[in-house]
Write a protein that binds this ligand. Structure first.
Ligand SMILES: *Cc1c(COP(=O)(O)O)cnc(C)c1O
Length: 390
């Protein structure tokens, strides 16, 4: 059959029909181990009963009203997110890119309030912030930008994990109002900065009155072993964006703000038809409840440490393995050569993985992955890596 879908994705030749926890089942009922979670989305695994129940019950009452009216589930979700993050308030939308759009708009508003007519935001090399025009302009990957010029202006790019470069950029441009950075770069290759990098960014933002914006779309909702990755650093950003795992597959994004940044927008200044609707908020509330009840954030930390240690031991003698790095269940195994092919080879072994930045195997397993599944993952993938690099 001819596909009538725009070919924006090179799709693998497999169709999943249902899932259960970390397993996915294809049309012939073959079982696959999901070590990617739909790119950090299904952290509670597939078909989680609590999410299922929340969606079913909400859909019997209401899917959508409008942000023109009061939405109790949205209020509750904002309240939970604020308490968990230490931020002050939330704008809800439907995706990561939209959450970053809100953050970028906040930064610009902040600049204009100070009489800066062309506010600029410092962004990083190898970053990823989304596919809308503003977010692809902020993204540090020319492939994402290719063919979409003119780009949105107002982004100054510096190398990631390089505080001196940030300092220099601030000195060279009086229009800078904010710094936008991922606590760990996901698409960029699981790049983990120095332990005190975010603290130093926070320090520079304080010193120069800049807004610190953290893109926690991939790192957030427990993935790294804290609810938000900045909590490893005991700091608070001014703005923080979330999406991916927040709805466990139901689309929802959130832009959290604090202090001055929380008071920049007034009625009519920004909006979203679907953002924070009853269905999405009910799903997200269920996700947060399960994470707490099953202590999944602590689990992410323990399981991530176990997996990383096990891979390090298993691959110790393989000289083609350049680096194994992780924080919680955000795991990268970097090889000394391009390895995109491994995704297909793993699929043949009924294992779902991903490769980013050409040479880094990316694992983002669901937080509910059990010890048998973890051992299977380590077994299959270590053997594959050894065969692939032989
Ligand atoms: C996935 C991702 C985005 C984009 O989210 P979408 O929901 O695809 O728009 C932005 N930033 C980071 C760090 C991401 O991982």
């Amino acid at each position: 059959m001819i596909s009538h879908i725009m070919p924006t994705y090179g799709r693998l030749p497999v169709t999943f029909e249902r899932g259960e926890g970390a397993w996915l089942f294809d049309e012939d009922n073959n079982r696959y181990l999901d070590a990617l979670s739909g790119i950090a989305v299904c952290s509670l695994g597939h078909a989680h009963p609590a999410v299922h129940k929340a969606i079913c019950e909400q859909s019997k009452k209401l899917l959508h009203t409008s942000n023109l009216y009061q939405i109790p589930a949205q209020e509750q979700l904002a309240d939970r997110l604020v308490k968990k993050s230490g931020m002050d308030n939330v704008f809800f939308c439907n995706s990561g890119a939209e959450a970053n759009e809100a953050a970028i708009k906040l930064a610009r508003k902040y600049g204009h309030q100070q009489g800066i007519e062309k506010p600029a935001i410092i962004v990083m090399e190898k970053s990823f912030h989304g596919r809308t025009l503003a977010t692809l302009s902020a993204t540090g990957n020319s492939k994402v930008q290719q063919g979409f010029a003119p780009l949105v202006e107002g982004f100054i790019r510096v190398p990631y994990n390089d505080i001196a470069a940030v300092e220099l950029a601030i000195k060279q441009d009086i229009n800078i109002v904010a710094i936008l950075v991922e606590p760990i770069q996901g698409e960029g290759g699981i790049n983990i900065p120095a332990d005190d990098y975010l603290n130093k960014v926070r320090g520079l933002c304080d010193e120069h009155n800049l807004l610190m914006i953290l893109d926690e779309i991939q790192t957030g909702v427990g993935r790294t072993g804290k609810f938000l990755a900045f909590q490893h650093n005991a700091i608070l950003p001014d703005i923080c964006t979330m999406a991916k795992a927040l709805g466990n597959g139901v689309p929802i994004g959130a832009c959290l703000a604090r202090g001055t940044a929380a008071n920049l927008l007034t009625a009519g200044a920004h909006g979203s038809t679907f953002g924070g609707n009853p269905l999405a908020c009910s799903a997200a509330l269920a996700v947060l409840t399960v994470m707490d009840e099953e202590n999944l954030i602590e689990q992410a930390k323990l399981k991530g440490n176990f997996i990383s240690t096990a891979f390090t031991a298993r691959l110790q003698k393989n000289t083609h393995v350049v680096d194994i790095r992780h924080k919680g269940l955000m795991i990268g195994i970097e090889l000394d050569k391009p390895c995109a092919e491994l995704v297909k080879l793993a699929l043949q072994q009924h294992l779902l993985i991903n490769v980013t930045n050409e040479t880094t195997i990316r694992l983002l397993p669901p937080l509910i992955i059990d010890s048998q599944q973890i051992n299977l993952l380590i077994d299959i993938l270590s053997t594959l890596i050894d065969e692939f690099t032989k």
